[in-house]
Design a protein around this ligand. Structure first.
Ligand SMILES: [Zn+2]
Length: 128
């Protein structure tokens, strides 16, 4: 399944980056499951990252959400800021505008629902 030496698996990534990628995948999956129920989904695949390895399981998403995930993963991987500020407070706003609107929608939908379930750990530095 690996497309070559450039595909990063979980063990290749910094623990913080890996946690952020997992959180992003969780948010987007949660959103897609509920907002795009009934839409055909496929396990997300990226050329540069082994999503299943990084997330510990397959991440089934519809096509637009898979694109968002790819964009979000890519942006997280190339984030030059260390320590990474919260996206909300970041001066750079590196997401392309369409994806930025999409991820904000995902965060707005998913964030409060995970809080209600006591999953505060998901509201990481990533966004809030
Ligand atoms: Zn979706």
């Amino acid at each position: 399944m690996s497309s070559g030496a450039t595909t990063a698996r979980a063990a290749d990534l910094d623990a913080k980056v890996r946690r952020d990628l997992r959180t992003l995948a969780k948010f987007i999956t949660f959103y897609c499951e509920r907002r795009h129920a009934g839409v055909e989904k496929q396990p997300a695949r990226l050329r540069t990252i082994d999503v299943t390895s990084v997330c510990g399981r397959a991440v089934p998403l519809c096509a637009p959400c898979a694109k968002l995930l790819a964009h979000a993963f890519m942006k997280r991987l190339v984030c030059p800021l260390a320590p990474k500020p919260t996206c909300r407070q970041c001066p750079q706003h590196c997401y392309a505008p369409a994806y930025r609107a999409q991820i904000r929608e995902v965060m707005r939908f998913t964030g409060p629902r995970l809080v209600l379930r006591g999953r505060l750990d998901y509201l990481v530095h990533l966004w809030l």
